[in-house]
Design a protein around this ligand. Structure first.
Ligand code: NDP
Length: 508
């Protein structure tokens, strides 16, 4: 249960990598907005740590610019910002230098004295992934993480580069932390619409009876980005679409769609239901990878008269790179509910629009009552859960067209978040940071989920590495991906649903 400011214990939030992009664009705006919503503890201090030399005031001015530019509420109100910023400070130093941690421990001790209470400590690892384990080790050395009830560590993606490195990172963290203290963040899980999948499924009696193989033909999960790799070429080229998006975000969304009903809305319970799905995912046979997985890389293309560069021509991408910027997978959940129902997952960069959605496609009606003349355009029912943008749910139905003859047409029933609630939704990072303050791990990834998700994609990664692509680039920028992705579904006599696009400049 979320607690209000007054109920939350005094807390020190420490952001490692505080000079970076994530802190600037997401974390500080999220903390600022939590403050506006009275969801920050009354006694709170935010300490940024990074190598760049910066005075407290310069750090605050930099953060304010980030809030002005990226907060969902627009520019910061001067008085409110001043109150917030009074609790923000900066420590500069090398991440491996013991002195930094001693200074941090000193600052925590001073705050504890001033507040008259031992604070909760939230350590946010907003650094390159290689620094996560060393920073955890240093924190443990100055005993800042020893109180399992009070100290929490948030770890950003990527969590490993493959199964082995993920296992190694888990082992390294467990040397200094209890699993209960580790909050592996996947910002997709903080999105309102992803959380709403659970509400839709388990707070309505309407859907659950048909949420199974008897009524559902297949499920599609699409996360399309319109942007290319922006200035992340160096990072992206080492990861690619399968690791960067499918292994984490899309597989997590699949878990929400496929899981059994939890007994209660409790972190442990939801986690165990998600792990059941991950364990039920049918391993992809190594020799059959091309039948289950498709990769692509964008070439040059055009968008509104502007030439878009090919991936291989982007800054930071090595010449002749074979990294995939598009990936699609067909997965099966081998249990009673889902036996034989394919889950098609796809993600790509430089697609025609930015859209994330789940399409639940129901079977065709078992018997055709209406004459062919009435039902020429008949479509099976389809439930589209739009994660972003224009968050909402659309159920397509067949209806009689007005007129003297019987003619059926597909019509949509829509629930649109913005219209129904008329309040702006919190950013995913706001929701997830509020959960960390509340020590609520429901929307975070447990070690067993990370491992199970890596196991699913490992055969594909291995096959792709052993068999470099011969056709890259194989889709033009501003298209829905390579021909092979169409064939992946066409072989099963199905098509990808074409998402409804509306101009939207936001990022994910
Ligand atoms: P940055 O590359 O901006 O790095 C954050 C900070 O880490 C930098 O400001 C820098 O601070 C320090 N740093 C960078 N490289 C090194 C290095 N080689 N050695 C030591 N310190 C270094 O990362 P982001 O802020 O973009 O991301 C932080 C984490 O969050 C990453 O793990 C990333 O994968 C993850 N993430 C980021 C997202 C985003 O939107 N930016 C989205 C999802 C996840 P200084 O030099 O001052 O020490």
């Amino acid at each position: 249960m979320a607690r209000s400011s007054r109920q939350l214990d005094p807390t020190v939030v420490v952001i490692f990598g505080a000079s970076g992009d994530l802190a600037w664009r997401k974390l500080i705006p999220a903390l600022y907005n939590l403050g506006l919503d009275r969801r920050l503890p009354e006694k709170v201090a935010i300490v940024g740590i990074a190598r760049s030399a910066m005075a407290d005031d310069a750090f605050r001015a930099h953060l304010r610019e980030g809030v002005d530019r990226f907060s969902r509420r627009g520019k910061a109100d001067p008085a409110t910002w001043d109150t917030f910023a009074a609790n923000v400070s900066y420590l500069s130093g090398e991440y491996g230098e013991a002195g930094v941690y001693e200074r941090l421990a000193q600052r925590v001790a001073e705050l504890e004295k001033a507040w008259g209470a031992a604070p909760d400590l939230l350590f946010y690892m907003s650094t390159p992934p290689t620094l996560v384990a060393p920073v955890a080790e240093r924190l443990a050395a100055v005993r800042l993480t020893q109180d399992v009830e009070r100290a929490r560590v948030v770890v950003e993606k990527p969590f490993g580069r493959d199964l082995e490195s993920a296992l190694e990172l888990n082992r390294a963290l467990w040397r200094h932390l209890d699993e209960r203290q580790i909050f592996r963040i996947d910002h997709f899980l903080g999105k309102e619409t992803v959380q709403n999948i659970l509400a839709l499924r388990f707070a309505n009696s309407l859907f659950e009876p048909v949420w199974n193989r008897r009524y559902i033909d297949h499920v599609q999960i699409t996360v399309a980005e319109q942007v290319g790799i922006e200035n992340r070429g160096g990072y992206y080229d080492k990861f690619g679409a399968l690791r960067d998006m499918i292994q984490n975000h899309l597989v997590q969304v699949l878990c929400f769609v496929a899981m059994e009903c939890p007994v209660s809305f409790d972190a442990q319970e939801i986690r165990s239901k998600k792990v059941d799905v991950l364990r039920a995912l049918r391993p992809i046979p190594p020799e059959r990878v091309p039948h289950y997985a498709v990769r692509g890389q964008y070439g040059a293309g055009w968008l509104r008269g502007e030439k878009l560069p090919a991936y291989r021509a982007e800054a930071g991408v090595p010449e002749g790179s074979n990294t995939e910027t598009f990936a699609a997978l067909k997965l099966y959940v081998d249990n009673w509910r889902w036996n034989g129902v394919p889950f098609y997952l796809r993600t790509g960069k430089r697609m025609p629009g930015r859209v994330s959605e789940v399409v639940v496609q129901f079977h065709e009606v078992p018997h055709q009552t209406f004459p062919p003349s009435a039902s020429a355009d008949l479509q099976p029912n389809r439930l589209v859960i739009r994660i972003q943008p224009n968050e909402g749910i659309t159920l397509s139905l067949q209806a009689k067209e007005p007129g003297t003859v019987m003619r059926l047409r597909t019509v949509d029933m829509r629930f649109c978040y913005a219209e129904a609630f008329k309040t702006s939704q919190p950013e995913a990072y706001e929701t997830l940071l509020a959960d960390v303050f509340n020590d609520d791990a429901t929307s975070f990834i447990h070690a067993d989920q990370v491992e199970a998700a890596w196991r699913i994609v490992t055969p594909v990664l291995d096959y792709w590495e052993a068999n470099p692509p011969t056709d890259f680039p194989n889709y033009p920028a501003n298209s829905w991906g390579p021909e092979a992705a169409t064939s992946l579904l066409a072989r099963d006599e199905r098509n990808w649903s074409v998402p409804l696009l509306r101009d939207d400049a936001g990022d994910d």
